[in-house]
Ligand binder design. Structure first.
Ligand SMILES: Nc1ncnc2c1ncn2[C@@H]1O[C@H](COP(=O)(O)OP(=O)(O)OP(=O)(O)O)[C@@H](O)[C@H]1O
Length: 471
């Protein structure tokens, strides 16, 4: 099957035994069939067989970009009022991942959406969700699973914005989809009565709260049309959540009766992951792995720097960087407090750093804190202050590193180096979140001499270069 020459350098690396590109949807304008993957010989027969039933759509290099608008991509699938709401928010042209993933998603295929941070994966799967749910059906038809309450609140807000209808009569009001946030720390009692009385069309949930409801059969997933697992690698990596996640994928609902979508900016050993999806029946056999910018896991607008100093000098070095950069909005990531420091009776390093900045930092931004140890209301208050305020200086642990969307953030500071390259990718990805902007954004790590080789390892793994800053 040959298709238009690639406007994008998109290469189809594995061909499915059933069809090269989902029949029900026009091939993405830039799909270029290159035949069976040359690297399938790397895999032992069972893995090779499994992979050959899946599709990998991969965009290598800058895309020429099709001219189709989001409305044109979604026509006939997504309700008109949802597309009008999206255009009203400013979502007119699709980002690369939306241009590549939507034809696959809207064809009904299971999909692994693998694309850079800040590239618009959320809108891609929400448009799929609104293409399958029917407001008139009184049942949960779409479930979006997220790792944190903060990300859940953010996804719910966008979903409700897209779902809301311009009400010109009562009938209209009743027919718009309802979206429920079932998140850790929420009032589950209130949710129970809501779920029983009039089940919402869409549920956005964290795993613990969701399983609490499913175990008690407060609601079921029999009518599920779409299951989305956002930040999928994080959830599979979490020892506390992975068994519940697998129950959701295989016992509370079946991949044969629903469309399954996984999304993340990082899917380590993604070929192995797709193989496991098929073998474990988390998805159907013809799952499509949409991998955008496979060669550049980090957004190209990011500029990476580092400063070498001793641990004792870190606070002063950060202050000096803040005064010289004068960031409008910045996030300072701090590592978790060590057990040794806790045993020594020291206060949390986050709180100590906030106190230091409040007394020493001369910038205009408020200094705010976001970390796991805070109660949910304080965490929500911090986030809403961030979104309303002019500029901000947020001190946070890695709870703010996954999915949280603060597009005005221009500077990221690693006060403590992240533990893994994946953590580096997600922390850095809290900036550079304006898909069509060329604005350069900064990621600066404050490291000791002994940590230089660790940062070098991250540079090699994520293919970026870090420039030393001499203070
Ligand atoms: N088509 C679009 N046009 C303009 N802006 C968009 C479009 N799609 C998404 N955005 C904006 O891009 C930003 C990033 O989107 P989103 O949070 O979905 O990224 P993501 O890929 O999920 O990132 P992460 O991997 O960090 O979760 C958001 O501020 C969103 O409003």
């Amino acid at each position: 099957m040959s298709v238009a020459p690639a406007a994008t350098n998109l290469r189809l690396l594995h061909i499915s035994s059933s069809a090269v590109v989902p029949r029900q949807c026009p091939a993405p304008s830039s799909v270029q069939l290159v035949g069976r993957s040359s690297n399938s010989r790397w895999f032992k027969p069972p893995l090779r067989a499994a992979l050959q039933t899946s599709l990998v759509l991969r965009e290598e290099g800058e895309s020429g970009g099709g001219a189709a608008t989001l409305r044109e991509l979604c026509r006939g699938h997504v309700p008109d009022h949802v597309l009008s709401r999206a255009e009203g928010i400013g979502y007119v042209m699709p980002t690369d991942v939306q241009r590549q993933a939507l034809p696959v998603l809207l064809s009904g295929r299971d999909c692994v959406i693998h694309a850079q941070t800040g590239s618009g994966k959320t809108l891609a799967y929400l448009l799929l969700v609104f293409s399958v749910v029917k407001a008139q059906r009184s049942a949960v038809q779409a479930l979006i699973v997220v790792p944190t309450r903060e990300l859940g609140m953010q996804v719910t807000k966008v979903a409700r914005m897209l779902a809301s209808k311009a009400v010109d009569n009562d009938l209209e009001e009743k027919s718009s989809c309802t979206v429920m946030a079932l998140l850790d720390g929420g009032m589950l009692r209130r949710h129970k009565s809501w779920l029983k009385a009039e089940p919402p069309s869409v549920v956005v949930a964290t795993i613990a709260s969701l399983c609490q409801m499913l175990d008690k059969q407060i609601f079921k997933l029999d009518a599920l049309e779409a299951l989305v697992i956002d930040e999928v690698d994080f959830l599979f990596n979490s020892s506390k959540q992975v068994s519940s996640l697998k129950k959701i994928l295989t016992s509370y609902s079946s991949s044969s009766k629903r469309q399954t979508v996984f999304a993340s900016a990082s899917i380590p050993q993604h070929k192995r992951f797709v193989y496991d999806c098929i073998q474990q029946k988390w998805t159907k056999r013809d799952v499509v792995h949409v991998h955008v910018n496979a060669i550049k896991p980090l957004p190209s607008c990011l500029q990476h720097k580092f400063v070498v100093c001793t641990k004792k000098q870190k606070h002063v070095v950060l202050l000096s960087l803040l005064h010289s950069d004068a960031p409008k909005s910045a996030i300072v990531f701090v590592g978790e407090q060590s057990e040794k420091s806790k045993k020594a009776g020291n206060g949390p390093s986050t709180v100590l750093l906030v106190d230091f900045l409040k007394t020493s930092y001369r910038g205009s931004s408020d200094v705010l804190l976001l970390e796991e140890d805070m109660n949910f209301n304080s965490r929500a208050a911090s986030l809403s202050e961030l979104r309303e305020g002019e500029g901000y200086l947020l001190v946070a642990t890695d709870i703010a590193a996954r999915g949280v969307d603060l597009p005005e953030t221009t500077h990221i500071y690693n006060f403590d180096l992240p533990r893994t390259a994946v953590d580096y990718l997600h922390r850095a990805g809290r900036t550079g979140r304006k898909p069509f902007s060329d604005e350069k954004c900064n990621v600066t790590s404050i490291i000791t001499l002994e940590e230089r080789f660790v940062l070098q390892r991250y540079e090699n793994e994520l293919m970026f270069n870090c420039e030393e800053v001499i203070i």
